[in-house]
Structures are given as structure tokens and as C-alpha cells.
Ligand binder design. Structure first.
Ligand SMILES: Cc1cc2nc3c(=O)[nH]c(=O)nc-3n(C[C@H](O)[C@H](O)[C@H](O)COP(=O)(O)O)c2cc1C
Length: 192
């Protein structure tokens, strides 16, 4: 797997990636896991509304909740995420807490919080693979506490590693080159 950066970036950002193969035998320490969500907590957000919410389960300590989150994923994601020792769901509160008006950047802010979480994970040797392939109706039924929150993503968290139980075609995905659009395409107007 190759990483080709056009310009230098911080090593932690360069090291982050989204593995399919998780080492299912390697559990995640509770203190590390708390720090991941603490990092998410300190993300910036519009009006400091902090619209992100998470449901998280460490299979080691709560396999029932972990199974519920696994059942909230589409089949294609379940096939590999079943080996992640920690699973989470990312939800947003779609209205500002203070005004009740729609928060147009709620999902953006969840993304920022999950990015913070992911970088904290990378610093601790952990990996995070986010998913949009979730079953929102199942999540709303399974977790009544989600109320009017909008389910947006799932997160598989654990240590990347060889996993002989993965189907060959899925395992191969971890060997693909990591490609990105060139800077010239994403900077649609620029005077760098
Ligand atoms: C919001 C979001 C949703 C994603 N949804 C899925 C998904 O449902 N299934 C999956 O296998 N990967 C999913 N991914 C992982 C992306 O495919 C991955 O981040 C992308 O290919 C870039 O690879 P990298 O994270 O290793 O740099 C998702 C990533 C993000 C950020």
C-alpha cells in the first residue's frame, strides 16, 4: 500500500488510514477509548453547539451493546466490522440546542469530531474505519434514547492487523494504493 503526498504533512495525518482487517484478539483499553471520545469532545463546532452524539460499545465489556451496533450496519460492512473489538455509531442533533433552528453544519461538525477522535486513535496505535453504510431505521428502533437524533455514521475501532477470517476480496482492499484527487482539482480557486 502506497501513500503519495504532494506536500509534507504531519506524520500522524500521514499514518492514518481505514483498515478492513482488525486484530480481533487485541482488545482496546478503556482508558484509551475514553481518550478517543475526549478528543472528539474538543472539536470545534458552529456556535459551539457540539451536535455530535455517539453510541459506543467495547465488545470486551458489553457484548450485548456491541452486537446491537453490529446489527445496525449494512451487510457489506458487517462482514468485516464484526472483527473490530469496538464499534460506535455517530449521530447528530439536527437543530441548535439554544434556538431550535436547523443546524446546517451538524453533520460537518460530527465529521470534525470523528476526525479528532481518529487522529487521537492513530497517536495511540489504534485505527478507525468510518462507515456511512448503516441502517438508520434499525438504529432508531434499537436505541430509543436516540430520539430525534439523526444517525449518520458508524465507526469500527481497534488495532489493524492480519485477519485470516476475512474474505480474500475484502482483505485485498487493505493492499490497494491510497489515492487522492490532486490539489489542483480540489483548490477550485487559489493563489497559493
Ligand atoms: C463518512 C465516511 C463514510 C464511509 N463509509 C464507508 C462504508 O460504508 N464502508 C466502507 O467500507 N468504508 C467506508 N468509508 C471509508 C472510506 O472508503 C475511506 O476513508 C476512503 O476510501 C479513504 O481511505 P483511507 O481512510 O484509508 O484514507 C467511509 C469513510 C467516511 C469518512
Amino acid at each position: 500500500m502506497k501513500n503519495l503526498s504532494e506536500h509534507s504533512i504531519q506524520p500522524l495525518l500521514q499514518a492514518r488510514w481505514s483498515p478492513y482487517a482488525f486484530d480481533s484478539g487485541k482488545t482496546v483499553d478503556a482508558e484509551d477509548l475514553s481518550s478517543l471520545f475526549e478528543a472528539a469532545r474538543w472539536a470545534m463546532s458552529a456556535y459551539n453547539d457540539q451536535p455530535w452524539r455517539y453510541i459506543v460499545a467495547n465488545r470486551k465489556t458489553d457484548s450485548v451493546l456491541w452486537e446491537k451496533i453490529l446489527a445496525s450496519l449494512v451487510e457489506g460492512n458487517r462482514s468485516w466490522a464484526q472483527y473490530a473489538p469496538v464499534l460506535a455509531l455517530g449521530l447528530v442533533s439536527p437543530e441548535f440546542e439554544k434556538t431550535g433552528k436547523p443546524n446546517a453544519t451538524a453533520m460537518h461538525d460530527l465529521g470534525a469530531a470523528s476526525a479528532f477522535l481518529t487522529i487521537e486513535a492513530t497517536a495511540r496505535g489504534l485505527a478507525v474505519h468510518q462507515m456511512s453504510g448503516i441502517l438508520p431505521d434499525v438504529i432508531r428502533t434499537t436505541f430509543p434514547a436516540a430520539g430525534s437524533l439523526q444517525p449518520v455514521t458508524a465507526l469500527a475501532i481497534g488495532y489493524a492487523g492480519a485477519n485470516g477470517e476475512l474474505d480474500e476480496d475484502i482483505a485485498m482492499r487493505d493492499k490497494r494504493d491510497r489515492i487522492r484527487k490532486p490539489l489542483s482539482e480540489i483548490l477550485i480557486h487559489s493563489s497559493l
